[in-house]
Design a protein around this ligand. Structure first.
Ligand code: UD1
Length: 315
């Protein structure tokens, strides 16, 4: 029987967590609907028991949770603009899916659920850095859905005694992030375009900033969150980031060095639902998990460019 279930296991973050668990010898089950996840992301994860299934289906959730001790819940339609275009699909795949999963986890006797929450819940509050005592102020349907998931987790801790931890990810990037959709994360899109000698597009003036977080930091924090004592972390949410930010114009300048692209970006109007600046206070994850970033932005970006350069992300 697997110790761990990873939802969204054919997605960028899910497959990275699953790979780390397998590498340390754990038994892992993965579930993915393959709506945005890709079978090609499962290469290298052959030791994982994989189920194609949709968390919107309670029966699939029950099957996935059977015999599991800890769930890493990474499945989502992870895009702000996608949620603006189709808020109902985001609700089904983020809110309904999370509730179904929690019901199934509780029924199956799962001990802990670790949840991919999102920095988008802070909205456009001008305060920087964003800290966990701030009142959430979601702008996009995606942010609303991710926040609803957090509340369901806390509720399941309070009402049913299920251990839960929510990690509010800030703009995660790295190998295996899909660069092919216009809903993809900006760095994946920029890496792919600039390596191909194509002009990147910046929405707005490029002075918007993000606390871009390299995937290894996210995997590291998830493993800490699974192992931390319940009395310290259960029912808690915390930021997961690096605690530093960079503008899109600056990232393009670094990517010009790393990719050899010599052109300038195109500028288009600001995207609906976007926030301007994002920077995390990461002290709480430090206190509760002993988390500190293990790979900084530049090194993460260098590794990411190398991965796309070597053919990653192209099926
Ligand atoms: C948001 C959430 C994040 C979530 C992610 C999922 C915030 C702070 N973060 O990130 O938690 O996981 O959605 O997608 O709300 N951009 C360009 N050119 C492009 C693509 C994007 O300029 O080709 C710009 C966007 O307009 C935005 C920035 O890059 O200003 C980052 O966009 P994106 O990578 O989609 O992530 P967020 O929307 O910040």
């Amino acid at each position: 029987m697997p110790n761990y279930l990873v939802t969204g296991a054919a997605g960028f973050i899910g497959r990275s967590i699953a790979a780390a668990l397998l590498a340390r010898g754990d038994t892992v089950r993965g579930i993915d609907s393959l709506i945005t996840g890709k079978r090609s992301n499962l290469v290298g994860l052959e030791a994982m028991e994989f189920m194609e299934g949709d968390l919107a289906d309670p029966a699939a959730c029950a099957k996935a949770c059977a015999g599991v001790e800890v769930v890493f819940h990474e499945a989502a339609l992870a895009s702000v603009p996608r949620s603006v275009a189709d808020p109902v699909a985001t609700n089904v795949n983020c809110v309904d899916a999370t509730l179904n999963l929690l019901v199934a986890a509780h029924a199956a006797g799962v001990r802990r659920v670790v949840y991919a929450a999102s920095s988008s819940v802070y909205g456009d509050a001008p305060v920087l850095p964003k800290h966990e005592q701030m009142l959430p102020s979601p702008i996009s349907p995606y942010a609303v859905a991710k926040l609803a998931g957090e509340h369901y987790l806390t509720c399941f801790t309070r009402v049913y005694g299920l251990e839960t931890v929510s990690l509010r990810y800030f703009n995660v990037f790295g190998p295996y992030q899909d660069p092919t959709s216009h809903y993809s994360g900006v760095l994946a899109i920029f890496c792919r375009r600039m390596l191909a000698g194509e002009q990147p597009t910046i929405y707005g003036d490029g002075e918007q900033s993000r606390d871009f977080t390299y995937i290894d930091n996210v995997v590291h924090a998830n493993l800490l969150a699974a192992a931390a004592p319940a009395e310290k972390v259960s029912g808690r949410m915390m930021n997961l980031a690096t605690g530093s930010r960079i503008t899109l114009n600056e990232t393009v300048a670094i990517l010009r060095e790393l990719t050899g692209y010599s052109g300038k970006p195109a500028y288009e109007p600001v995207r609906a639902g976007d926030i301007r600046d994002s920077l995390a206070d990461i002290r709480l994850a430090g206190e509760l998990l002993g988390y500190a970033p293990i790979v900084d932005f530049r090194e993460g970006l260098r590794r990411t460019v190398e991965w796309y350069r070597s053919g990653g992300g192209v099926d």
